[in-house]
Structures are given as C-alpha cells and as structure tokens.
Write a protein that binds this ligand. Structure first.
Ligand SMILES: Cc1ncc(COP(=O)(O)O)c(C=O)c1O
Length: 362
C-alpha cells in the first residue's frame, strides 16, 4: 500500500537540461544554462587529477567513514571529525536530519518559498511542513517564531536564501535565537555560503553547542564546482552527528567524491577565481538588469532573483528559444520573477545580448 500522503507527491522540478532543450527546439548554436545555480567554471583541475588517480581503486568500496576528508574539514572549521556528517549532496543531510529528528505528525518550520526539498523530506517522513511567508524577500524570523508549537522539531533556514539571495545577519539571528524554546534544532543551510561577502552574515557554528542546537550545512556542489559528484556535509554536535552517521547508508559518499573534495579543499587558487569572478559578475549583472528597468534583488549568492513587474513566463520562453535557460519561479510562488544563475563573464555577456534582443522584438 502506498502511504496516502505520498499520492499527490510531485517530483522536484529541476532546471531544464541542455540536452532536453536542444532536442525540443532543434537548436544548433551554443546553449547557456543559467538555471540551477551551478558553478560555470568547470570542476577544479586538481579534483579532476585526483579522480583519475583514484580510478584504478574503483573495484573497492569507498571508505565508509571518509576518514581523510572528515579530518580535512574538521581542521578547516576547527571542529572535531566526530561532529561532521557527509552526505550524497547536502540534500542527503537534510533527509537524514528529518529521519533522525521528526516523528510522523511532528512539525518542521520553513519559509515560503525556500529550497523545495525541505518540504519534500518532511512530508515524505509523515511530518508537517509549516511554511511562513517571506517578509520583504527575507526570512521572517519573528513570524517563524510565532509558529513554533510543542510539536516543532526542526527549523530550516537557507542562508543565503534560495531563491532571493538575501541573508540573515548575526545580529538579527542572536536576538531571535535567545527567544527560542528547547526541544528543536535550527538548521542553517549554507549551500551558497562561500559566495557571501557581507561581513554581517550569521556565523552558525557559534551556536553549535548552545541550546537549542544549531546545525550548519554546506556543499561541494556550488563554489567547489562538484555538483555532479554529489557531496555535502553537516557540522553539528557529536550526539546528533553520531545518530546521522548510524542511520545513513554506509557508502553514501563514493570514492571519487571523497578524493575530489580533498583536492578541491586544498585548491585555494580555484576557489579564489570562482569567488572573485562571481562577485564582480553579480555586481555587473545586478546593475545591467536594473538598467533594463527590472528589479533585481540584492544577492549574496551565485544567482539573482529579478522581478520583472509582470508575468515572467513569456520572457522565460523567449529566452529558451534563443538558447538561454534561466529558471522560472512559478513553483516558488513568484510568477513575476526569474532566477538567473551567474555564469562565466562570456555567458553573462551572451545572456544580456539575448535579453536585449528579446526585449527589442517586443
Ligand atoms: C538552499 C539549498 N540547499 C541545498 C541544496 C542542495 O545541494 P546539494 O544536495 O547539491 O549539496 C541546494 C541546491 O540547489 C540549495 O539551493
């Protein structure tokens, strides 16, 4: 018997793959995908080298404890390796947190909209996703606090927020956190954390050992350019980490992901290039979108949510026909907005040129 609450489940709506668009529209020229907040610079060359070197060992199972990678992350963050959980993308850590902490009928709080997977994992586990609308395109922390009940077990906060790119500041969080009851866990999802250059941003690890506990999530999918390998991690107090590590699949992080991530972590030149280019291009694109008469929301991530002030679908489709894939935001409840991932300078140039063409064609 399928569980009744799973009958209406819809699959996650991923950004359109390049191959699908080529097939559908018979497009020949280059296609630019600015839809899934991926790293456009390719994986770190150091990681590719490590993959090739590790390939002859692929007949063996991976190290289930990922000893070396956890050591490297622990020294990077100044935490104990036992406080780290690795997952098949940070998606898996979200799933594990829900499995570990939420009984059927219990509640998880999140903003509306937010990263769509929070609600999915909670509902799939028989929990209740309680959604609080954003306020001025920011997490409404007081609004979230008002919805806490004795059944609330988890609060998910993406910081920067997807899809607006807004952030929670340390100051704003401190005030809010002081008023929280015990019995729940606050999950700060920093999938885009490396792209933040506002020094006011929340530092979640300061609250790791306080009550209620705060969990930090990060990923190698974005700034480290390894989305296809699927590797994310959570940093949390040992008591919780040991439960997540006990319930996960033993080989959830494959050998190639482990070695590539270790190489990527050491590759400071790669990260520097990615971040510096993204910051410069974020500023340039935000300005250019404003010059077109649109309202781009200030972003601390590698994407920009732009409000067109009218239904966005026609522009989304016109761009598709020109070979530019951006993300339509209907599924997030922003039908007037598009989310544009920041590409390479060359890709952004083409995007702006195609946008100009589409707008002049009326
Ligand atoms: C806010 C947020 N959290 C988590 C993820 C999941 O990242 P991954 O599973 O690739 O680590 C994403 C992916 O787009 C995201 O936008």
């Amino acid at each position: 018997m399928i569980k009744p609450y799973l009958r209406d489940f819809k699959p996650y709506p991923p950004g359109k793959p390049i191959s699908e668009l080529k097939r559908e529209l018979g497009l020949e020229g280059p296609i630019i995908k600015l839809a899934s907040n991926e790293n456009p610079f390719g994986p770190p060359p150091s990681a590719l080298k490590a993959l090739v070197e590790a390939a002859p060992e692929l007949n063996r199972y991976p190290d289930p404890a990922a000893y070396e990678l956890r050591q490297a992350l622990a020294s990077r963050y100044g935490v104990e390796p036992e406080e780290i959980v690795l997952g098949n993308g940070s998606n898996e850590i979200l799933d594990l947190l829900v499995k570990a902490c939420l009984l059927p009928g219990e509640e998880a709080l999140m903003s509306e909209p937010s990263f769509l997977m929070y609600e999915k994992f909670v509902t799939a586990a028989g929990g209740k996703a309680v959604k609080v609308p954003l306020k001025d395109f920011h997490h409404d922390l007081p609004g979230l606090a008002r919805r806490i009940t004795e059944k609330t077990r988890l609060i998910f906060l993406d910081n920067p927020h997807n899809p607006t790119g807004s952030i929670i500041s340390q100051k704003e969080f401190e005030t809010w956190y002081e008023g929280l009851p015990e019995g729940l866990i606050v999950v700060i999802d920093e999938a885009y954390g490396e792209f933040v250059n506002d020094p006011q941003v929340l530092k979640p690890l300061l609250f790791k050992d306080s009550s209620p506990p705060v969990v930090l999530l990060r990923t190698f999918s974005k700034a480290y350019g390894l989305a296809g390998l699927r590797l994310g991690y959570g940093i949390m107090r040992e008591e919780l980490a040991s439960v997540l590590n006990a319930i996960r699949q033993p080989f959830n992080v494959n050998t190639l992901a482990q070695v590539a991530a270790q190489a990527a972590l050491k590759d400071e030149a790669y990260l520097k290039k990615v971040l510096e280019t993204t910051w410069a291009e974020r500023e340039r694109l935000t300005k250019a979108l404003g010059d077109f008469g649109f309202n781009p929301h200030p972003s601390q991530a590698n994407f920009i949510l732009v409000d067109l002030g009218r239904p966005a679908r026609p522009l989304y489709e016109a761009l598709l026909k020109k070979g530019v894939i951006v993300r339509s935001m209907e599924a997030y409840g922003f039908p007037h907005c598009l989310r544009i991932s920041i590409g390479t300078p060359e890709e952004n140039e083409i995007f702006l040129a195609k946008l100009k063409e589409v707008l002049s064609e009326g």
